[in-house]
Design a protein around this ligand. Structure first.
Ligand code: DC
Length: 223
């Protein structure tokens, strides 16, 4: 079974999707990490974010994989080939660039079949922007997570501080607004709510409360 979790930046998707995977013993697939890996490669190779042909070529050549530890369904590392890029894909430079890379149709068409194949065999929680609309339109459970802009800025600010990156809350809020604008106005698979998705506003809810709601949706689906 596929549980599709979509939503804007810092809406709580990653935290919730990981917790759902651990509670239900589903595999966790972070599709944003794959676009981030391509953006990190573009930065390290000096490829311009305007050069759509080169970025498509880079996406096709970038072999992104996930490393799992023991029986944890959440990967411990994101790899490009044999290189561990787990930290590199979370830098402010990648945050700023990734929407520009993810909006390119050729980059998306390189990534989507890989995402589909990674969730072919196991029950999987898949997190992204277009999972319920494009990648897994037949997902058994589709959730669209939102949170107020203030809450999202606070969360992302906390992530940045925890990762040791300097941040200012106003700049973080502006960055989130800009990424949402690019993600939801791009022509190729824009961020959108699937018509059959359940929207959950996570503002003021604990992670456990959101996971409870999703677990209820899962148990309501005939397998
Ligand atoms: O969820 P995230 O912040 O790690 O996503 C990084 C970027 O990738 C963000 O700009 C949206 C984009 N993305 C996408 O376009 N489609 C997906 N399925 C997942 C992420």
């Amino acid at each position: 079974m596929i549980i599709a979790i979509d939503g804007p930046a810092a809406s709580g998707k990653s935290t919730v999707a990981r917790a759902v995977a651990r509670r239900l013993r589903y595999r966790y697939l972070d599709t944003g990490a794959m676009y981030r890996a391509v953006a990190a490669e573009a930065i390290s190779c000096g490829v311009s974010f305007e050069d759509t042909v080169a970025l498509q070529g880079l996406a096709e050549a970038t072999h992104v994989s996930f490393t799992y530890h023991g029986d944890d369904p959440v990967p411990s590392a994101v790899m490009v080939g044999s290189r561990d890029v787990t930290s590199e894909i979370r830098t402010p430079a990648v945050d700023a660039a990734v929407s520009l890379v993810a909006r390119i149709p050729g980059v998306r068409s390189a990534m989507v079949p890989i995402q589909q194949s990674l969730a072919l065999t196991d029950d999987t929680v898949v997190e992204g922007r277009d999972i319920g609309t494009v990648v897994f339109p037949d997902a058994a459970v589709k959730v669209y997570l939102t949170a107020s802009p203030e809450e999202r800025a606070r969360r992302r600010f906390g992530d940045r501080e925890a990762a040791g990156h300097e941040a200012e809350i106003a700049a973080v809020a502006a960055d989130i607004t800009e990424r949402d604008r690019i993600d939801s106005t791009r022509a190729a698979s824009p961020l959108a709510t699937a018509s059959d998705a359940t929207t959950i506003d996570t503002t003021g809810l604990t992670v456990d409360e959101v996971v409870d709601r999703i677990a209820e949706l899962v148990s309501g689906v005939a397998r």
